[in-house]
Design a protein around this ligand. Structure first.
Ligand code: SF4
Ligand code: SF4
Length: 109
């Protein structure tokens, strides 16, 4: 059976569930290219394996990604760096199963 088209409902579950966002070498290269050095300062990254492929966003005050924002007077969320968010985030969800198992994402409903 054909899988339903995915449509993000901006419920925020995926970002609220995860305590980190994996950062790839490609993400860092893109951010450097566009001058967004603020996205990978030592303060922003818990760990960055310079020759490897991963680091994690953190927030000093909570486990929530620092780029997650709640819309004013609405129960929906958005990503402050949506257009340049990490590949890890851009590739979510891979399919319906991934969506359901990761956080109960409602994008296929
Ligand atoms: S859980 Fe799914 S529907 Fe909700 S914000 Fe994330 S991708 Fe969108
Ligand atoms: S970078 Fe954006 S999409 Fe990724 S976890 Fe943070 S708020 Fe969510």
């Amino acid at each position: 059976m054909k899988e339903k088209v995915f449509r993000c409902k901006q419920c925020g579950k995926c970002c609220l569930t995860t305590e980190y966002a994996d950062i790839s070498k490609e993400d860092i290269e893109l951010w450097k290219k566009i001058g967004r050095y603020d996205l990978f300062t030592p303060d922003m990254l818990v760990e960055w394996d310079y020759f490897g492929s991963s680091g994690w966003f953190r927030n000093q005050l909570s486990t929530r990604c620092p780029f997650l924002r709640k819309k004013k007077n609405e129960d929906t969320y958005y990503c402050k760096i949506h257009k340049i968010k990490p590949l890890f985030c851009r590739s979510f969800p891979k399919d319906k199963e991934h969506a359901k198992n990761f956080c109960g994402c409602v994008g296929y409903l």
